[in-house]
Write a new protein. Structure first.
Length: 201
C-alpha cells in the first residue's frame, strides 16, 4: 500500500525521532558507565549530552601535544588513545593506552596551563569532548550536575596523587650504599614519575 504524502512524511518523522531517541538512550547509558559521570541522574545526563560534542578521528591523529593550550576533557567512546610525555633528554615515554570509558585532559578544566602530556589516537577513535565553557554553562543550568562532575574530577586527581605517594615510598624504601645505587634510584624516579596514576581511571 502506498501511503499518502502527508502520512509518509509523518511516518518518516516518527522514524527519525525514534532513531534519535535510541541514540540518545545509548549515549546516556554509556555516560553513566563512565566513572566520572556515574553519579549523574538521567536528567543530569540528558543535560550533559546537550553540551558534549562527539568527534571522530583516524588512527595516529594527534589529539593534542604536551604544552598545548587546552580547555577540554575527552571521554573515549570507542578505540584507544595513547598518552605520552617527553622527559629530560627529550625521550618520549608512553604513560598509558586508554580504552573506552576512560577520560583524559581533565586538568584543562581546572587550570590555564599547557597540556601536561600528549594524546594520540592509537586506533580510529570516537570521543566526546567537554569544554570548560560548556561545563560552566551546564553548572549554571544544573548546579548539582556541575558539582558532581567537578567532584568526580577531584576523585581522579586524588587517586593519582595517592599512587604518586605509594610510588615514592616504594622507590625510596630500598636502602642504597653508594652514589651509583643512588643514581640508579633517581633514574627509576625519572622514568616512572610521569606515568604514576595512569594505570586505572
Amino acid at each position: 500500500m502506498v501511503l499518502p504524502t502527508a502520512e509518509l512524511l509523518i511516518f518518516k518523522w516518527k522514524s527519525i525521532k525514534n532513531i534519535r531517541s535510541m541514540i540518545k538512550n545509548e549515549l546516556v547509558k554509556f555516560l553513566r558507565e563512565v566513572p566520572l559521570f556515574s553519579e549523574l541522574t538521567r536528567e543530569e545526563s540528558d543535560d550533559l549530552l546537550e553540551v558534549v560534542e562527539e568527534i571522530s578521528l583516524p588512527a595516529k591523529r594527534i589529539i593534542f601535544q604536551e604544552g598545548d593550550k587546552g580547555d577540554s576533557l575527552f571521554i573515549i567512546k570507542s578505540g584507544r588513545v595513547k598518552i605520552s610525555k617527553k622527559y629530560l633528554k627529550g625521550e618520549e615515554k608512553t604513560l598509558a593506552l586508554l580504552g573506552p570509558k576512560s577520560i583524559f585532559g581533565e586538568m584543562a578544566l581546572l587550570e590555564d596551563s599547557g597540556r601536561s602530556a600528549s594524546a594520540t589516537a592509537e586506533d580510529d577513535v570516537k570521543l566526546l569532548e567537554l569544554s570548560r565553557k560548556d561545563l560552566d554553562g551546564l553548572a549554571e543550568m544544573n548546579p548539582f550536575a556541575g558539582f558532581k562532575i567537578m567532584f568526580g574530577i577531584a576523585r581522579v586527581l586524588s587517586f593519582r596523587l595517592r599512587k604518586m605517594d605509594e610510588e615514592f615510598v616504594n622507590i625510596f624504601s630500598h636502602p642504597f650504599r653508594s652514589i651509583k645505587e643512588l643514581e640508579v634510584l633517581l633514574e627509576k624516579v625519572k622514568q616512572n614519575f610521569i606515568s604514576i596514576g595512569w594505570e586505572k581511571q
